[in-house]
Every structure is written in structure tokens, then in C-alpha cells.
Write a protein that binds this ligand. Sequence first.
Ligand SMILES: [Zn+2]
Length: 124
Amino acid sequence: MSSDTVEKTRKYYEHLSQEDLCDCKECRNYRKKIKQAFPELSVYLSSLGVDIEKPFESWSVELEDHKILYPDVQYIVFGDEKDFKPCKISGSDIHIAQSHPMTLIDESHYVIEVSEICLDDRDA
Ligand SMILES: [Zn+2]
């Protein structure tokens, strides 16, 4: 992972505005809770240049007891996927996504997937 591609990824996330992000209840809950609930994951993604609060795509399932399960949360990363090493952080697997929606990005990039995340949906 070169510092160039981390910088490129960081810029990409900086320029993503609220309008670019999904506004459904589950996604809003994710953005609100994720950093505090998974600080190590946040630091790790940040080392790739990724802003944990701005997923490219995510799926969610409502569970009992005010929990929302996010089986997969995907993030765009610039650079070559050969440089990416799958890992496990705070119980979540992070790996290259096998399938994802079209990114419409021309530059070299790939999509990683965090599996899985569970968050409370109540306001603290
Ligand atoms: Zn959503």
C-alpha cells in the first residue's frame, strides 16, 4: 500500500458528501454508531484512507432487541487489490468483495467488504 494511493483514497472520502450516501434508517444508524462502537476498525480503515462512516454499499437485517445486523459493508479503496491483505479486526473479517454494484470509477481501485457488524439502533 503506497502512501500515494492512501492519499487518493482519503481525498475520495473527503469529497463524498451526505447527498452521496444512503439516507435509509439503517445507514443513518450505521454512520451514527460505527466509529464509537468499533474504534479499532475505524483506525484500521483510516490507515487505508477509508472513512468508516461512508460505506459504498451495505446490507442490513433488523434483529430483535433493537439490534441491526450488517452482514456486509463495502468500501471503495484506490490502488491495486494485490496490495490488500485480508484481516480480522474486532471480530469482523475484512476481505476483497466478490461482487458489488458498479463503482463508475475509472482509476485503479477495488472494493473491500467488512463482514459482519452488529449495532444497537437506539439512541444512547
Ligand atoms: Zn441505506
